[in-house]
Design a binder for this molecule. Structure first.
Ligand code: NAD
Length: 237
């Protein structure tokens, strides 16, 4: 049965919408009736997602836009493009853009630390601030900002000091945003996924993935489009 169009006439912005979790989020938001601004550093990837939305949710006004979330000029230009096209602020923003640059602490370079913090944490800050400002200046309160943390931000992970720090930072930032923006009707939440099979995790050595899969009750990594608790011989519905 088709999902009810709970987000009809809602504009949603998704960073990192060209791949993995961000792409699946775009597809789900479109399925719920939203118009989606698919934002990615790679315009080709964003356009690829856009084609899927046009196929699966035709008749809705989606757009693909290139932006580097770690640069304030790029985020400003992005918000101007959205305002001039939709004449309204996004009411939903999902910060899914993220990168990894794994290295053990003893060898982790300053450049690899900064680049991960810049995309994952500063990028989330810039988009959160820009979207909140656009909602507040529109004079019409209300919205939802969803930031992608990670279980790694809670528990750490070998070779991911930069990534863990960025994701722990996303949690603190989002909790503060939730407190400050509640008076404008803007809800802010962090999602902490475990290991999900995407291009990001394709870079992880298979033996490490197997180790993590062994710790997951389903016996496999999660899927961006969601988990079905079906594994022959273990679960039955
Ligand atoms: P992915 O690599 O498949 O997608 C990330 C997307 O972000 C890519 O399309 C990339 O082009 C885009 N991006 C990178 N830098 C950008 C920038 N500066 N500006 C704009 N876009 C940029 O990754 P994914 O697995 O889908 O991860 C999505 C989010 O979920 C990330 O924040 C990641 O840290 C988080 N996460 C992933 C996992 C996992 O296991 N896959 C687990 C926990 C959290």
């Amino acid at each position: 049965m088709a999902a009810p169009a709970r987000l009809k006439s809602t504009l949603a912005l998704v960073t990192g919408g060209g791949s993995g979790i961000g792409r699946a989020v775009c597809q789900r938001l479109a399925q719920e009736g939203a118009s989606v601004a698919v934002v990615d550093l790679s315009i080709d990837s964003a356009n690829d997602t856009l084609r899927r939305l046009a196929r699966d949710a035709p008749g809705q006004d989606h757009v693909a836009l290139a932006a580097d979330v770690s640069r304030s000029e790029s985020v400003r230009a992005l918000m101007e493009q959205i305002q001039s096209r939709f004449l309204a602020p996004p009411r939903v923003a999902v910060n899914s853009a993220g990168i990894t640059r794994d290295e053990f602490l003893l060898r982790l370079s300053e450049e690899a630390f900064d680049s991960v913090l810049n995309v994952n944490l500063k990028g989330t800050f810039l988009i959160t601030q820009a979207v909140a400002q656009s909602i507040v200046t529109s004079g019409q309160d209300g919205g939802s900002i969803i930031n992608m943390g990670s279980i790694v931000g809670k528990v750490g992970n070998l070779g991911q000091g930069n990534y863990a720090a960025s994701k722990a930072g996303v949690e603190g930032l989002t909790k503060t945003a939730a407190k400050e923006l509640a008076k404008f009707g803007i809800c802010c939440n962090t999602i902490l996924p475990g290991f999900i099979a995407t291009p990001m995790t394709e870079k992880v050595p298979q033996k490490v993935l197997d180790k993590f899969a062994g710790m997951i009750p389903l016996g496999r990594l999660g899927r961006p489009e969601g988990n079905s608790p079906v594994r022959k011989g273990v679960y039955s519905l």
